[in-house]
Write a protein that binds this ligand. Sequence first.
Ligand code: F3S
Ligand code: F3S
Length: 116
Amino acid sequence: MTYVIAQPCTDVMDKSCLEECPVDCIYEGGRALYINPVECVECGACEPVCPVEAVYHKDDLPPEYQPALESNAAFFRLPLAGKAEPLGNPGGAAGVGPVAADSAFVAALPPKAAEQ
Ligand code: F3S
Ligand code: F3S
């Protein structure tokens, strides 16, 4: 069980959610942020602060955002572009810093500007 960052975050990356997470389990990718599903303690603090309503509890994801569940998990479970090893569960985003890569799902999304 976990909270999930869905497609509205892509190319927006407001980062208000980062300030709220008590366990520092929200990690920064190239075009979006990702919640580590193993490290998330489901406190819910990140959800209301996102200005574009990108954060949902796993069980409350609207149908169009369902792919984000696997996308958030894959960011940690699969090796990212240019890396030999997966990120795994590092125990805190501060020690990792921004990662210049995204899940395959987010990387394939059209740029936000092109949608308008
Ligand atoms: Fe993204 Fe919203 Fe956080 S835009 S970085 S999920 S505050
Ligand atoms: Fe962190 Fe709580 Fe959200 S543990 S990712 S602020 S639900």
